[in-house]
Design a protein around this ligand. Structure first.
Ligand code: SF4
Ligand code: SF4
Length: 142
């Protein structure tokens, strides 16, 4: 590159308005269709397990504690998720969506990358690996 061209480029860049964003102090509005953190509507869920079965990254495990009482715990591994939205399409009850405003998902350790959705008492049962109560227990789909 000729010296004249280089100086011209440097001068031009020096006076040009910044196009970079001062993140995290400034943020662009997130696109409506951005695929962020998974959201689960437990009210609509039937515990069918299709979300976990169809997930290509094994990022979802649905624990069914009592199907009649709708006691389900969804285990979601953010660090495995590829944000492909296959689970959203596979759920025929329209329980799953990907939040466009929850996308800052970094964590300092891997434990924080596993999220449990469900009743807090049921989540403890699943986390501690206690026998899942009730005659309606079904093994979680692998
Ligand atoms: S978005 Fe894709 S990778 Fe993530 S949990 Fe759903 S199916 Fe699995
Ligand atoms: S596919 Fe939908 S209804 Fe079935 S277990 Fe997953 S979230 Fe629940």
């Amino acid at each position: 590159m000729k010296l004249g061209t280089m100086l011209s480029d440097v001068t031009h860049s020096f006076f040009r308005r910044n196009i970079t964003q001062k993140y995290p102090f400034e943020r662009f509005e997130t696109p409506e269709r951005l695929r962020g953190h998974l959201h689960w509507d437990s009210e609509k869920c039937t515990g069918c397990g299709m979300c976990g079965t169809d997930c290509p990254a094994a990022a979802i495990k649905m624990h069914v504690l009592d199907k009649k009482a709708k006691r389900f715990v969804m285990e979601y591994h953010i660090d495995r998720c590829t944000f492909c939205a296959q689970c959203v399409h596979s759920c025929n009850q329209d329980c799953l969506s990907m939040q466009n405003d929850v996308w800052e998902l970094a964590a300092l350790n891997r434990d924080q990358m596993v999220v449990y959705f469900g009743d807090p008492n049921d989540v403890i049962i699943v986390q501690e690996g206690l026998p899942e109560p009730g005659p309606e227990c079904e093994p979680a789909p692998e």
